[in-house]
Design a protein around this ligand. Structure first.
Ligand SMILES: Cc1cc2nc3c(=O)[nH]c(=O)nc-3n(C[C@H](O)[C@H](O)[C@H](O)COP(=O)(O)OP(=O)(O)OC[C@H]3O[C@@H](n4cnc5c(N)ncnc54)[C@H](O)[C@@H]3O)c2cc1C
Ligand SMILES: Cc1cnn(-c2ccc(OCc3ccccc3)c(C(=O)O)c2)c1-c1ccc(Cl)c(F)c1
Length: 472
């Protein structure tokens, strides 16, 4: 229309994948007045029972909250989440040490994945210009025409055309398959040797088995476990371990023996019978890291969320990054007046460096934690971070803080982290060099009387010996 210069007949946007990012994206596009069609291969989870085999709760932080805020869902989701104000580090002896994430308002939220997905789908459906199509699995599509072929649960096929296709169909994206056939499309995927398994820690006498407002972490180098609280007063514990270690444990006794060695404090809390049973309920799940670019094809198709960048979960940022994709895309839509031929290449240009940065950071965290991080090292590192930040709050900002509590572009957070590291290393070098200089200057200025020094040492030695004999 004349005022905005935007086309009056709103285009059709097909969102493939009705998971967390697809459902949120549907809200972003619907809010702009597009005719949105969501195609989800699974059944409508709002009617289904518990989805097996997926990470049951997730850590929602600033980036994800800002995206939810944009579609008016932040307060609702936050009210259904549980704040985690600090890490609670569990040592092998069972000692628990809290380390705050930062100032009062800096906390992350444990949210239920299925509930979050339902709320997002519900919100998407409130827009009259949005239609949700469940049990529609994308089978094939062509970039030239934007024609998609879906297979429905009864095996019938349906062909749909759209002006824009948004691939939000996760780490094993069918939409992305077409990208792989095109020249100059860069793609890499890495399966890490670790798998993950979820175990539930039930309430004790109706109360949480551990303090609820913490991200509980058992860092054991190769083995790591975390526990996030749920509204039903359970904890979802996620055990990360190499597949070959999972495979070594084949009996209930071996499960207990393993937990007795690495996570003894959790046995009475999870329950040894439950451990014996639940450990064999589902096999350990794989974790894959996917990076690709470009994220778009002409003005026809764009990838977002795990379809564009699946990251290993060692930073708790996968969903947060996918949610932030939606904000960034929307900002560029505003900037280029919804002209897809300009918006899509600009989205690739802006977003690829950041999503690759968080993919690398998550992998770095995994390698760092697997190699070095036990409870002592975790505590030491985080206390040093917090002390340096306290001393120089505007100069030293812990990387985890930049990633989790700000919308600093991921790649800029990494650059700043490297700069800070240099500053600290140079600072340490200069201060130790300075100390050596001061002491040597003092020694030169007032050289000690060597005889006096020997007499004092002998005196001290005799006193120690006298003390020792008197004690014995
Ligand atoms: C163990 C674990 C722990 C995690 N913890 C966190 C955390 O604490 N914080 C965080 O931010 N992130 C976390 N993540 C990452 C987070 O789960 C993902 O980043 C997020 O789910 C990505 O959302 P998505 O919508 O892009 O993809 P998905 O959630 O995978 O959704 C994709 C959707 O597309 C559908 N689909 C797939 N193929 C087709 C097709 N051909 N046709 C139609 N539909 C299709 C699927 O059914 C699904 O509904 C974790 C991941 C794992 C594995
Ligand atoms: C789900 C979620 C949300 N955030 N984090 C997270 C990740 C890493 C962290 O530090 C890395 C580090 C600690 C010590 C030294 C170097 C790096 C911290 C932190 O600083 O508290 C928090 C996780 C998470 C996910 C999986 C595992 Cl295995 C895990 F332990 C935690």
């Amino acid at each position: 229309d004349k005022s905005t210069g935007r086309p009056t007949k709103k285009k059709v946007v097909a969102v493939v994948g009705g998971g967390l990012v697809g459902a949120l994206n549907a809200c972003f596009f619907a809010k702009r007045g597009f005719n949105v069609e969501v195609f989800e291969s699974r059944e409508d989870i709002r009617q289904a029972k518990v989805v097996k085999g997926r990470s049951i709760n997730l850590a929602l932080s600033h980036r994800g909250r800002q995206a939810l805020k944009h579609v008016g869902l932040e307060e609702k989701i936050v009210s259904q989440g549980i704040p985690m104000h600090a890490r609670m580090i569990h040592s092998p002896s069972g000692k628990q040490s809290p380390i705050p994430y930062g100032k009062k308002g800096q906390y992350i939220l444990s949210v239920d994945r299925a509930n979050l997905n339902k709320e997002l789908l519900r919100e998407a459906e409130t827009y009259p210009n949005t239609k949700l199509n469940f049990e529609h699995k994308l089978h094939d599509w062509t970039a030239e025409t934007g024609l998609m072929t879906f297979v429905r649960s009864d095996g019938s096929k349906e062909q749909i055309k759209a002006d824009l296709i948004v691939g939000c169909d996760g780490a094993f994206s069918a939409i992305r398959k077409q990208f792989l056939r095109r020249s100059r499309f860069n793609y890499s995927q890495t399966y890490i040797p670790h798998g993950y398994m979820e175990l539930t820690m039930p309430p004790i006498n109706g109360q949480f088995a551990m303090k609820p407002n913490y991200l509980h972490i058992w860092p054991r180098n190769t083995f790591m476990m975390i526990a996030l609280p749920n509204l039903d007063k359970t904890f979802t514990c996620t055990l990360f371990m190499p597949f070959e270690e999972f495979e070594k444990i084949t009996t209930g006794d071996e499960v207990i023996e393993f937990f007795q060695k690495y996570f003894p404090d959790t046995i009475p809390l999870i329950g040894s019978d439950a451990l014996r049973r639940d450990y064999f309920r589902l096999p350990a799940q794989a974790m894959v890291s996917v990076k690709c670019s470009p994220y778009h094809i002409n003005d026809k198709c764009v990838l977002m969320g795990d379809a564009a960048h699946a990251v290993v979960p060692f930073y708790g940022q996968g969903m947060n990054a996918g949610f932030e994709d939606c904000i960034v895309f929307d900002e560029i839509m505003e900037q280029f007046n919804e002209d897809f031929s300009s918006v899509l290449p600009e989205y690739t240009r802006v977003r690829v460096p950041d999503d690759h940065a968080i993919a690398d950071l998550a992998m770095y965290n995994y390698i760092e934690m697997r190699a070095h991080v036990n409870s002592k090292w975790f505590l030491f590192r985080k206390h040093v971070d917090n002390i340096l930040h306290f001393i120089m709050p505007r100069t030293i900002i812990p990387l985890y803080t930049m990633v989790t509590f700000t919308r600093t572009r991921y790649h800029e957070a990494v650059e700043r982290w490297h700069w800070q590291d240099k500053l600290i290393n140079h600072g340490l070098m200069f201060s130790s060099a300075g100390a050596v200089l001061v002491v040597s200057f003092m020694l030169i200025k007032n050289p000690p009387d060597v005889n006096k020094l020997i007499f004092a040492a002998e005196n001290l030695w005799n006193r120690l010996m006298a003390l020792k004999t008197s004690v014995i």
